[in-house]
Design a protein around this ligand. Structure first.
Ligand code: PMP
Length: 401
């Protein structure tokens, strides 16, 4: 670990040399050169697949692939490598739990508690499985700031509750609910917990063992890794109790025309040729991240969001939805539609996102139709803040004409 040097950190990201002001890291993070190099190297030098062929390159690559699983297990303090399932991302990880773990256990009338602050990826899979089994999704409400109100959990939990699904960090407000308390309350009721770590893992890698989290889902692309690779962490006994979700090559130990025997975990959940380049790139991202003081990096990103909030607050009608010192700054400006503003900002090479951020129930709870969202990462700098503020003022001038 080294001290955090914002200018030095920024230099690792070739995409920033294109001149755009990138404030969309909550959607996806830019990639450091180390990840790009590992991916290019894989495609240019390593002609092989994993867990299949016998030639030397294939064997070496299989070792790298499994070594990356160990790296990932260590990143979140999973007890064993086998607790890590490679998936396409958070969305696939959550759907895997919904279909393979929950669905066979869900009876008519059963309940799944889901917070109102969830990204659709941590809502729709539960609605789907609830519809399939005549079960119900029960809302864990948010407070006035949009933070999941964990104090309501004791009255929501009951003998009918089969799962609690909760975000580690909202992609809109940046709220980080007290997941330790939520897990404690749910477990006292005998209810397993799935935490959506898509945003949270970037800002604070959890200790899944210490927090006693049952399932933890996240995507590589927000953690500086490639797109199309993600992780499902599951406790050993839970993963072992799950049947495969997708069938295909290498998820089985024997097959006949009438039957098959699934592999041990995690391989029974990795049917077909996996995203090897994604795993290699993810491994490079984790290796590179080890050289970064993540806490200091996070503080830098939070400082920039605070600065932007402070400067934009001088604009009449500005309203911020940012909570808990987050690096995510969702905001709106009274009388202006976010879609108009984002289009004018895009013309000035300011990359941010506007809309409902795949969190319509949260928008409803906050009583809004959408927001602009500037999400800061450690590779941003104060110049980016200035560019954003100047661009917003310019866009407002244009709209006023
Ligand atoms: N949950 C949260 C909180 C997110 O921000 C996202 C990505 N926007 C997801 C889930 C879904 O991630 P992915 O699209 O990578 O599967």
């Amino acid at each position: 670990m080294t001290d955090f040097n914002p200018a030095g950190f920024r230099q690792h990201f070739p995409a920033l040399s294109q001149g755009q002001c990138y404030l969309d890291s909550a959607a996806t993070a830019l990639k450091p050169q180390a990840v790009i190099d590992a991916t290019v190297n894989f495609y240019s030098q390593e002609g092989a697949t994993v867990h299949r062929s016998q030639h030397r390159a294939a064997q070496t690559l299989t070792e790298q692939y499994e070594q990356a699983r160990l790296q990932m297990a260590q990143w979140i303090n999973a007890p064993r490598n086998e607790n890590i399932v490679w998936t396409r991302g958070t969305t696939e990880s959550i759907n895997l739990v919904a279909q393979s773990w929950l669905r066979p256990r869900l009876l008519p009338g059963d309940e799944i508690i889901v917070s109102q602050a969830e990204h659709h990826a941590n809502l729709i899979p539960w609605l789907m499985v609830a519809q399939q089994c005549q079960a119900h999704v029960v809302t864990l409400p948010v407070d006035q700031l949009g933070i999941p109100d964990i104090s309501t959990l004791p009255r929501l939990l009951s003998s009918k509750t089969r799962l609690l699904a909760l975000t580690q960090m909202s992609n809109v407000t940046g709220a980080m609910p007290d997941i330790a308390r939520a897990v404690e309350l749910a477990h006292a009721n005998g209810t397993p917990v799935l935490i959506d770590g898509a945003q949270g893992v970037v800002h604070c890698a959890p200790d899944v063992k210490q927090l006693d989290i049952d399932f933890y889902a996240f995507s590589g692309h927000k953690l500086y890794g490639p797109t199309g690779i993600g992780v499902l962490y599951g406790k050993t006994e839970l993963l072992e109790s799950m049947s495969p979700w997708q069938g295909g090559g290498k998820m089985l130990t024997q097959a006949s025309m009438t039957d098959f025997t699934p592999q041990a975990v995690p391989h029974r959940f990795e049917a077909g040729t996996p995203n090897i380049a994604g795993v290699i790139g993810m491994s490079a991202a984790l290796k590179w991240l080890k050289t970064v003081d993540m806490q200091a990096a996070e503080k830098h990103a939070q400082h920039l969001a605070a600065l932007a909030e402070e400067q934009l607050a001088q604009i009449e009608g500005f309203r911020s939805f940012r909570v808990q010192h987050s690096s995510v700054l969702a905001f709106d400006i009274a009388g202006e539609h976010h879609s108009d503003l984002v289009a004018l900002l895009a013309e000035q090479a300011i990359a941010l996102r506007a809309g409902q951020h795949c969190a319509q129930p949260l928008m409803n709870a906050l009583g809004i139709s959408g927001t602009l969202r500037a999400s800061f990462a450690p590779y941003n700098n104060e110049q980016d803040v200035t560019r954003l503020v100047v661009a917003v003022k310019y866009a407002l001038d244009l709209l006023a004409d």
